[in-house]
Design a protein around this ligand. Structure first.
Ligand SMILES: [Zn+2]
Length: 565
């Protein structure tokens, strides 16, 4: 809340400064196309500009000019953004989140409407000092490499380890644990936050409300990672009411860098070239193995997986795999994304929309794996480079804008967890019960719909289910031979990888091919993940198990899914 109070104070100052510049009679000079009502409210790493809409305007240009404390211009004016009414759920209430500047600097902003491409007169200016980098208490002196260079450099692996270790040492609220190692041996750390201190074990955390931020899986997409490290300092040291509330009776997990080797090499994949966000079901790599075990042990309620790409400021997408419990998909799409995130983004001035660069129903993608594990999780992207609506002058300006946009998004997830917890917990319980019931068809691939919204955007893939990728009458389980289950495998045994997911396996009597083996029932919490992993008809199976049905006699006897007839 302190952030908001200071923002209001700055706005009041800006309004006073603006009023002082307005000469008597200037209102009469306004043309019909001139923007009025411009205001600036300072956020963390961005300033929300809002103004009254101009009748018939095609779009609006936002100008930012550096000024000194006396509001004298000290640098050149630049158009830093283009606001289009098609890019928001509130086209009649224009707002633009100006971002990319060096935090703490002071600016003059003006906005002008355009009719087609014909620019109208600029609005009266507003002035404001942007909110400096946050840091209080022991956090006052701690800054990441990214912050020290104002976005010109990403935080290195060594700087990340030193920074997170310093947070751990200075704050009782955070504990850093190593959840695994990358191929090249880099620690995969997780920061565990709680107030006054984090709960002591994964089991205790699993039994209580928990939110997860996964910050960097594609090594060349580091902006959420920087947001996570900045957020971590606030969680460690801030006494602001909303920060304390986000930790009240709950745990926040932050994994800054799942793909440390890829981050160090600035590559999408890990050092094997494997796209780790296409490996959250098969678990062929040490990084995804570690992450799956963490999900199994800590069972977060809500989660975000951070990336950057696509064309909006903040593209987001939820689980779409059809094996996800339908109310989970609907809650994330309708309530979390299209109501809360799009609505709040419109108020703050970010352009949010559905991520549309493919990736619909693959169970290998984390936002889908989250849903299949009854976690309410989303993908969060952002606009990778500069463009007409965000013509960042420098790479650092773009990186600042991306990371502070992701910081805003990450805090949306924490707010959602805090404000909707009872509904979230009910939905998770319902999802687990639904999966355990093993009722209804399952698919190997196939997506819930996600139509374009707002209308300017292209839609995500349709990816509708097809008959050959659907089991209308699912089996009660899969039989695996000892060789299938425990046989040597360069990706790790099936036994180990199912255990990392937390998929329950039973020893089964030998009714297939005359030998003993193993039974994986569908009626369990991870039901939706099992056919894509264990059915030979699946697109990317781990192994081709034998389908078992309750009432179909087999050649060797009537024992099916462990039930004697
Ligand atoms: Zn990505």
């Amino acid at each position: 809340m302190r952030r908001r109070i200071s923002a209001i104070a700055v706005t009041a100052m800006a309004a006073a400064a603006s009023l002082a510049l307005v000469q008597p009679g200037s209102a009469l000079a306004q043309g019909p196309g001139q923007v009025t009502g411009l205001q600036a409210v300072q956020g963390e790493g961005f300033a929300t500009l809002s103004w009254d809409p101009v009748e018939g305007a095609t779009d609006y240009q936002i100008e930012r000019t550096p000024v000194n404390a006396a509001d004298e211009v000290t640098g050149s004016a630049r158009i830093v953004g283009l606001w289009q009414p098609t890019r928001t759920v509130r086209p009649d209430a224009p707002t633009f989140a100006d971002s990319g500047f060096v935090l703490g600097e002071r600016f003059r902003w003006r906005v002008r409407a355009r009719f087609d491409t014909t620019a109208q007169a600029f609005s009266e200016p507003v002035f404001g000092t942007t909110v400096p980098q946050w840091g209080e208490g022991p956090g006052a002196s701690m800054r990441t490499q990214f912050e020290q260079t104002n976005g010109a450099q990403y935080t290195s692996d060594l700087n990340e380890y030193a920074y997170t270790a310093a947070l751990d040492a200075a704050s009782d609220r955070v504990r850093v644990v190593e959840i695994g190692r990358t191929v090249q041996g880099r620690p995969i750390n997780m920061m565990i936050f709680g107030n006054p201190e984090p709960l002591p074990s994964a089991a205790r955390i699993s039994a209580t409300p928990t939110a997860l931020i996964q910050c960097n899986v594609h090594g060349n997409e580091p902006s959420m990672r920087e947001a996570c490290l900045i957020l971590a300092r606030r969680l460690a040291f801030s006494d602001e009411p909303d920060v304390l509330a986000s930790m009240a009776g709950r745990t926040i997990l932050i994994v800054p860098t799942l793909n440390g080797d890829g981050r160090a090499a600035d590559t999408r994949g890990n050092i094997h070239g494997q796209d780790l966000n296409r490996d959250h079901s098969l678990l062929r790599e040490p990084e995804t193995k570690a992450f799956a075990a963490m999900l199994r042990d800590y069972t977060p309620d809500v989660a975000v997986d951070g990336h950057n790409g696509d064309s909006e400021d903040l593209p987001v997408l939820g689980p779409r795999h059809l094996n996800v419990h339908e109310p989970v998909y609907a809650e994330i799409k309708n309530n979390l994304i299209e109501s809360r995130i799009y609505g709040n983004a419109a108020a703050a001035g970010w352009w949010a929309g559905p991520y549309s660069n493919g990736g619909a129903s693959q169970e290998t993608i984390l936002r889908n794996t989250f849903g299949l594990k009854s976690i309410l999780g989303i993908l969060s992207e952002n606009r990778g480079g500069a463009g007409p609506t965000r013509p960042g002058a420098t790479a650092a300006e773009n990186e600042n804008r991306k990371s502070y946009g992701q910081l805003w998004l990450a805090r949306q997830l924490l707010d959602y967890h805090r404000e909707s917890l009872p509904a979230i917990q009910r939905l998770i319980a319902d999802s687990i019960a639904f999966q355990r019931s093993n009722e209804g068809p399952v698919v190997f691939r196939g997506a819930y719909p996600w139509p374009p919204f707002p209308p300017l955007l292209s839609a995500p893939d349709v990816d509708a289910p097809t008959p050959e990728l659907t089991l209308e009458d699912p089996p009660c389980g899969y039989f695996l031979t000892p060789q299938q289950f425990a046989g040597a495998n360069p990706d790790g045994t099936v036994e180990r990888r199912l255990r990392l997911h937390g998929i329950a396996v039973e020893r089964a009597p030998g009714y297939v091919a005359g030998g003993n083996g193993y039974l994986v029932r569908l009626g369990q919490p991870l039901r939706g993940l099992i056919p894509p992993l264990l059915d030979g008809q699946a697109v990317e199976p781990m192994v081709a198990g034998t389908r078992l049905y309750e009432f179909q006699p087999s050649a060797d006897g009537p024992v099916l899914c462990g039930r004697p007839a």
